[in-house]
Design a protein around this ligand. Structure first.
Ligand code: GLU
Length: 500
């Protein structure tokens, strides 16, 4: 039978790392097995489920390129894929269990139950429903019904051990005494999570239920429901938790870990997808940088770790950087452009020249960032120039007599040249070298200082032509040419008392 898995989020907030990692593992597993990946919205919590969360969830999954084969929007043979649209199905299932005497109505008030819960807590024991309403005679039931009390419904659970083989954790056994007769349908006729999930997973023909470890304690209840309905059980597998670097469960304390926040921080989908796939799974050859297709090909549940995964933002950034490097230049340029538009550095719609020039800007930036949000900072050197003596290193360089010679020579020559190509720039530098007989770092340091006021940065033969082309364009903020920069630097040095 072909594999069918599902991702079944409750749309009660933003999609965060823990949830989306479950989605990714399900996705990779199904694609590896050439199976089906289903998206199902578990929106039965009328108070907490919102359309906004659903929209956010769909946007995040699409952004990460986690496409579903069946589910909201696209539909499928086993829909609807939204639980609030399946209430009649749940009611029919309840009816069947009641007819077969496998479930019963419970008229206990929430106050009475709270009292029992309180007593259990005081004794330090687990609260289990004592089965009061299970033992009601038909007459007693009728009386309660007549008094207008709306019942909830409970499954009859016999005391025994429920065992199953977890695909990740191995053998698991849990005694039903831990939970007793549990509620399957609430007073308002809404299904509980366990009830709806079993019905949906059965009717949607899910073969493997793969989810977070936080649901491990629900699995025995679900197994009892499969048995009550006479439905075939799927395989179960529970992924370990994700912890923060301090070994505490990943939460808001570790910063905003929603997918949206990662997108806003400048992660790209390929990078985040890869980083998430490594949270609890490892490649057979310990490779770390993998594209989606490679992850699909190499993923297996055998290599999913039983112990908790540790989230490390630096590793996420490192992986993201590698994926940024792999992007075709044009795509990368399109991705960073909005940040430049927002800063008012480039026009929203480009002329052909601007577009071509911006590719050069992007080429400089691409090698230097881990997050898209760092692009503007890394490109600042192209757009801005402020003469300074920044640090002792620059001051030391400027003490060299040769240095001042180079700067002056550059300023004089550059203003008469077209430096919009790498070749022209290199030939100018060679000319300065031949005339002044200055070479090596005594030549390159001063050049760098007078065009960028810094000791480090992109290669000059790439940077200078990019600045020069930019200076000729009609950008929102005028870019100064490198000769203007050099002259301003000279002026600045004179003000600082340098003899130049
Ligand atoms: N709606 C549940 C959740 O978001 C799904 C659990 C499951 O996969 O069964 O945690």
């Amino acid at each position: 039978m072909s594999v069918r898995v599902r991702f079944a989020p409750s749309p009660t907030g933003k999609l965060h790392l823990g949830n989306v990692r479950t989605a990714i593992f399900n996705y990779l597993y199904s694609k590896n097995k050439k199976g089906t990946f289903i998206l199902r919205l578990e929106d039965t919590d009328a108070v907490r489920s919102t359309d906004e969360s659903i929209e956010g969830l769909i946007k995040d999954l699409k952004w990460l390129q986690i496409e579903w084969d069946e589910g909201p929007i696209i539909g499928g043979d086993y829909g609807p894929y939204r639980q609030t649209e399946r209430y009649d199905i749940y009611q029919n299932h309840l009816k069947k269990l009641l007819e077969e005497d496998k479930a019963y109505p419970c008229y206990c008030s929430s106050q009475a139950l709270d009292k029992l819960r309180e007593e259990a807590r005081a004794k330090g024991v687990n609260f289990i429903y004592p089965g009061t309403c299970r033992r009601l005679t038909e007459k007693e039931r009728k009386e309660r019904e007549a008094s207008g009390v709306k019942p909830s419904y409970r499954l009859k659970v016999s005391p025994h051990i429920v065992s199953f083989k977890d695909l990740i954790r191995g053998d698991v056994s849990i005694h039903t005494n831990l939970f007793g007769d549990f509620i399957i349908v609430r007073q308002d006729l809404s299904p509980t999570y366990n009830f709806a999930v079993v019905i949906d997973d059965s009717l949607m023909k899910v073969t493997d239920v793969l989810r977070g470890e936080d649901h491990l304690s629900n699995t025995p209840k679900q197994i009892l429901l499969y048995e009550a309905f006479g439905y075939e059980k799927p395989n179960f597998g529970h992924f370990s938790m994700i912890l923060g670097p301090d070994n505490a469960k990943l939460s808001k304390r570790h910063g905003d870990v929603s997918v949206e926040a990662f997108r806003e921080r400048g992660f790209i989908p390929e990078g985040l997808f890869n980083a998430l796939a490594l949270l609890g799974w490892s490649d057979p050859e310990e490779r770390e940088i993998l594209k989606k297709d490679e992850l699909i090909e190499r993923f297996s549940l055998e290599r999913v770790n039983k112990s908790a995964a540790i989230f490390d933002e630096n590793k996420f950034r490192y992986i993201n950087k590698q994926h940024i490097l792999c992007l075709p230049l044009k795509d990368f340029a399109n991705m960073i452009k909005p940040y430049f538009v927002k800063e008012g550095l480039v026009n929203e719609s480009f002329s052909d020249e601007e577009e071509e020039w911006f590719l050069k800007v992007a080429e400089i930036v691409q090698k230097r960032i881990s997050l898209l949000t760092e692009a503007v900072e890394q490109a600042k050197v192209i757009f801005e120039f402020e003469p300074s003596l920044l640090n002792d290193e620059i001051k030391a360089v400027l003490q060299e007599e040769d240095c001042l010679k180079v700067i002056l020579s550059y300023a004089l020559k550059a203003e008469k040249r077209d430096l919009t190509t790498r070749e022209n720039y290199i030939s100018l530098v060679n000319e300065i070298k031949n005339e002044t007989k200055i070479k090596g770092k005594n030549l390159y340091h001063p050049l760098r200082i007078c065009v960028s006021s810094s000791m480090s940065g992109p290669d000059l033969d790439q940077l200078v032509p990019t600045i020069e082309i930019g200076s000729k364009l009609n950008l929102p903020v005028k870019i100064e040419s490198t000769s203007q920069r050099a002259w301003r630097y000279i002026q600045f040095l004179r003000e600082q008392g340098y003899k130049i």
